[in-house]
Write a new protein. Sequence first.
Length: 260
Amino acid sequence: MQAGGAPAAAPASASAEPLSGKVSTNGSTSMEKVIASLSEAFMAKHPDVTVTYDPTGSGAGITAATEGTADIGLASRDLKDSETGLDATVVAIDGIAVIVNNANPVSDLSLEQIAALYKGEVTNWKDVGGADAAPVIVGREAGSGTRDGFESITKVGEDAKYDQELTSTGAVIAAVAANENAIGYASLSSVGSDTKTLTVGGVACTEETVLDGSYAIQRNFNMITKQGAELSPAAKAFIEFALSDAATEIIANAGAVQAK
């Protein structure tokens, strides 16, 4: 991303005059690991700055940026045409992992099979190579950036039929881990050994496949700011830091890929 390289020199000038104050961020729960890692490194570099994070979901984060109740909104989806007067800065790219219980024998599904499961067209795991059992369809609540990205890419849209709609990435992972017949989706940066991550069309969800575009279900991690609003020097420097070379490894260690 061309915008990512431009601000790289800015922190040097900022260091001449120590930064202080508070930077409030609000939004996507999927961005938690990325924002936490960036915040920790940024506060270590600028001890007089406090960066806060309120995990409210992408829709609420965009609203917070619009209303000025947060310096930076966090959205794990792109802005809609109706969400005007805002700027979205892509700081990272994240894969949306499709997850099942560790006891589920299924290891790979196509986009079409995933869509059929979420639309209720496949009503037994045995029809896609699994056990003779009804799938339990788990996902995020309306307004979630992860849900928006997943449903858009799989072309499920408004036809999705959920058994459970949960309000955080962690809750989806926990629900799938607790039910042998469950299927869900979660940010690559959040999944671990508690669940099994499926390959999609034979392609694993990894940082490498997200970066080269071969993994189909991926989306942007955005920092949202209000057009015309004057950001504090600390908030401006935090966005610049997220785009700088210093943040590349930090974002990678948090499970995403820097957007550069």
